[in-house]
Design a protein around this ligand. Sequence first.
Ligand SMILES: NC(=O)c1ccc[n+]([C@@H]2O[C@H](COP(=O)([O-])OP(=O)(O)OC[C@H]3O[C@@H](n4cnc5c(N)ncnc54)[C@H](O)[C@@H]3O)[C@@H](O)[C@H]2O)c1
Length: 343
Amino acid sequence: MIMEKSLNVAVVGAGYWGKNLVRNFAGAKRCSLKYICDLDEKILAAQKKNYPNITVTADLDAVLKDKALDAVVVSVDVPAHFEVAKRALDAGKHTYVEKPLTLNAADAKLLIETAKKKNLKLMVGHLLEYHPAVNYIKELIGSGKLGTLYYMYTQRVNLGIIRQNENAWWSLAPHDISVICYLFGSEPVSVSARGQCYLQPGIEDVVFATVKFSDGKIANIHCSWLDPNKIRKMTVVGSEKMVTFDDMEASEKIRIWDKGAAIKKDTAATYPEIISLRFGDIVIPKIPSSEPLSIECAQFIDGILDDKPILTDGNDGLKVVQILQAGQKSLRNNGQPVNPQEV
Ligand SMILES: NC(=O)c1ccc[n+]([C@@H]2O[C@H](COP(=O)([O-])OP(=O)(O)OC[C@H]3O[C@@H](n4cnc5c(N)ncnc54)[C@H](O)[C@@H]3O)[C@@H](O)[C@H]2O)c1
């Protein structure tokens, strides 16, 4: 019997989000979670209780020296992403980094270069690109059923988690930006963002940002941790149909609205005859309920073991970082548009 190769993985950072990655990699097929590494002894003790057979340690150097270790999953605080990911790549390990990849485009480019030179996979945790509902919309767009894609907007608001080392834009918008770029598939050319700091100086609690694309598409992102409602919603508007994706809905996450407006070509007609509005059916398709995080983890494992391209690779991470950086610059300049290629 041929033994199938299994990937030896370490998760670095097992805090609020990292523990989900630990759970997924510990249970994933073709994978053996060898280490859980964190600087916090309490977190290590809790993980040891859950996973007595996995080595828990605060010593990242010792983890990286293990020649049998294939891959490192980085879920530390965002400012430490670059340093930990660079050390992992330098040590010859395939590397997964939580979103956003880095705090600036230069660091993201350096990680991409290092991975390329060493022939290693670099993946970013753009979770929503693995969401079955997002992929359903992607297929709808591809099938042409929405018609010409016009614009979309996203709302990611709630009360908390209020971060101290990043603003709501950096903390919440990466997911929306990655989905917008994924669905549109076109080049972002300007970002204009306005926001306000109420709770902590210099840290925006609420941000409204507009991203324009080279082909005329436009997207608006509203993110906040200071809001009465928990909303996780996206609206995509096409010339033929419109789609909403509500991630707070348990089962009816997607609605396809057969609604639209058109201007008649008949120049003899006068308003209101010149405009035709269409109010058709609303369709609620069945979406598979698979956990996006387990699909994402499988993509990392299979990408390495089968040497397959990774959807959310370093370049995908770089694009999101460039938009984040452009938005940050715009926030500091009263909403002036900034080209993400020039940050
Ligand atoms: N995909 C998602 O939906 C999602 C949701 C929340 C957070 N995140 C991402 O997950 C990452 C972690 O966020 P969090 O909310 O879990 O933060 P957290 O503060 O709860 O956890 C970070 C952990 O990293 C540890 N750590 C820091 N530096 C370290 C180092 N050098 N070596 C080892 N351990 C180290 C800390 O001790 C802490 O336990 C961030 O990148 C964040 O953007 C993703």
